[in-house]
Ligand binder design. Structure first.
Ligand code: AMP
Length: 572
């Protein structure tokens, strides 16, 4: 992303907040005593009510059909209590995993807080996952309950016979007249229509598990990154300082809570600050997005480069539509320098890039308000974060400015993940000495700005979603004509990267266009839309190392027109 034609943008205004990153100050700001029990679900709802803000708007919700609903912090408190009480009644206990398999409906937010109030662990999964992707993650987490809607329940039902730990499937949109269609182990629950019930929140500590977010790696199945209630300290600090949020802001984060941005900054950070969140349960349309910002007078906007590139293709909005907006941030994939400059010219202010990942739980490197932006750079490490670039061979910090290496952080920080669920060895493999390795490569310039270079593994980042080649290749292998396959990233002007698959066919199959279509249609039933290959190439054989591992980086380099690097281990 190091672009030589970088055009500087004007230095943005400094943060209106002068926050401290001192743990003691963060605890004090959130009313937490060191070592004293607290509960994240209650902190995001009850606490605001106790402070006299119960009547303030917490959630402005709108869907694709134009249906709108507003909820106050008191609504959050009541509806999350109802959820916690219902889950307890069903026998769900502290520590149990409860999956949220929902579109962005209001019950997603209430149930999320209810799960935390109970001391159970929220496992949000993107509702567009197909049955296989869902099953893999529910089986791994030994999930006890899934909260979903009629639209998605079939996928849960089809996986259920192979999920012995799954005790309950809870539907949030079942009307009394359709309730008889509920199967065994299924129940209905909607917080707004259920009778109010008070619930005493579970006394958690900062180290109590809160969330399990699944993320992909090069090899093996997706892994569940375990987070804790105390992560809120990092999320609160960065929401104030980087996103510049205050209680009087109206904030829109476009990320789905199936991904970490949608929970850390689409639920936890903003409500810890006491800001109002706007949620738009609708697909992308530039005009509708601009109108949504105008209608709800959104002041702070957090989105992803793919969405920004899609906005860039549409006609620019009239200035009146964006009059309320004062700060915009981006995350998830490299933000093109051109996008920063375009935003300043067309939207009146630049996007501030931020960098972090599922495992870090909160923003680590950012263009904070007031820091002059170098378009294409991710900014600088936020206070309290010890970042470095390590040499890929020696794992020693690189001191030469501009030299690329591994992006690494020195723990601890409050939102650092505490492990991969049931995968201790994989967790340990992410550390070298005192450093946590992100799996990304980058460099630092002489002014201390960080620049993203690329992934250090074979994970594909398409539209900001990480896709592990394993899942794509496994889905392809289920097709009767496929003998072997490799999934790699291919550049794409809008999505940044898309999935491309190389396939070796079984004897007796001809690599025709019809077969390509058939394979595409087949995997569509197993993969989420984000993981779908955009292109398939039939090949006679795949490049492999002498030990038989597929050399995806060679195929990837070819797609990107880059040098293929050291091929000494290639089996020829
Ligand atoms: P996830 O864990 O799904 O949130 O994905 C995290 C990954 O997305 C990181 O490890 C990076 O590879 C990529 N990523 C996140 N933010 C940025 C950014 N600002 N620039 C470039 N890549 C990013």
């Amino acid at each position: 992303m190091n672009d030589s034609k970088v055009v500087p943008v004007a230095a943005p205004a400094a943060s209106r907040n002068q926050p401290s990153y001192e743990i003691a100050d963060l605890r004090a700001a959130l009313g937490l005593g060191p070592g004293q029990p607290f509960n994240l679900g209650a902190l995001l709802s009850n606490r605001l009510c106790e402070q006299g803000h119960g009547g303030r708007l917490a959630l402005i919700w709108e869907n694709h059909a134009g249906l709108r609903q507003n909820f106050t912090f008191d609504d959050l408190r009541r509806y999350s209590d109802v959820w916690a009480a219902k889950l307890a009644e069903l026998g769900i206990a502290a520590g149990d995993r409860v999956c949220l398999f929902l579109d962005r409906v209001p019950d997603l937010y209430f149930a999320f807080l209810g799960i935390l109030k109970l001391g159970a662990v929220a496992q949000p999964l993107f509702s567009q996952f197909m049955a296989d992707a869902l099953e893999l993650r529910l089986a791994d987490a030994e999930t006890r309950a899934v909260i979903t809607t009629a639209r998605h329940v079939q996928k849960v039902r089809s996986a259920r016979p192979r999920l012995p730990a799954l005790a309950w499937v809870i539907l949030t949109d079942v009307k009394p007249e359709t309730a008889p269609t509920l199967g065994p182990g299924e129940t209905a629950m909607n917080a707004e229509t259920a009778p109010a019930r008070a619930f005493e929140p579970f006394a958690a500590s900062e180290d109590t598990p809160s969330l399990l977010h699944y993320t992909s790696g090069t090899t093996g199945k997706p892994k569940g990154a375990q987070h804790v209630h105390g992560a809120v300290l990092s999320q609160f600090a960065t929401t104030r300082h980087v996103l510049d949020l205050r209680p009087d802001d109206i904030y829109w984060c476009t990320a789905d809570p199936g991904w970490v941005t949608g929970t850390s900054y689409g639920i936890i950070g903003p409500w810890a600050v006491g800001a109002t969140q706007a949620v738009f349960e609708a697909g992308f349309s530039a005009q509708r997005w601009y109108e949504f910002i105008a209608r709800h007078r959104v002041t702070v906007f957090y989105t992803a480069p793919t969405a920004i590139r899609m906005l860039m293709k549409a006609p620019p909005p009239g200035a009146e539509l964006l009059a309320s907006l004062r700060h915009m941030c981006s995350v998830g994939e490299p933000l093109n320098p051109a996008a920063v400059v375009w935003a300043e010219r067309s939207l009146g202010r630049p996007f501030h890039d931020t960098y972090w990942q599922t495992e870090t739980g909160a923003i680590m490197i950012a263009n904070v308000p007031g820091l002059p932006i170098k378009p294409g750079s991710m900014g600088k490490p936020v206070p309290g974060i010890a970042a470095t670039i390590l040499d890929a061979r020696t794992f020693q910090p690189i001191t030469t400015p501009g030299a690329a290496g591994l992006i690494a952080f020195r723990p601890p920080w409050p939102s650092m993940f505490r492990g991969y669920f049931k995968a201790e060895k994989t967790y340990q493999s992410k550390f070298v000495g005192e450093y946590y390795l992100t799996g990304d490569r980058g460099s630092v310039d002489p002014d201390g700005y960080y620049w993203f270079v690329g992934r250090d593994d074979d994970v594909i980042n398409t539209a900001g979603h990480l896709v592990g080649p394993f899942e794509v290749e496994s889905a392809l292998l289920r097709h009767p004509a496929v003998a072997e396959s490799a999934a790699v990233s291919k550049p794409d002007p809008t999505y940044g990267e898309v999935v491309k698959s190389f396939i070796v066919l079984r004897p007796g199959h001809a690599g025709t266009d019809e077969l390509k279509l058939d394979i595409m249609n087949f995997v569509r039933k197993h993969l989420s839309p984000v993981a779908m290959p955009h292109a398939i190439d039939f090949v006679d054989k795949l490049p492999k190392t002498r030990s038989g591992k597929i050399l995806r980086r060679m195929l990837r380099a070819q797609e990107w027109g880059e040098p293929v690097g050291d091929l000494s281990s290639l089996d020829d």
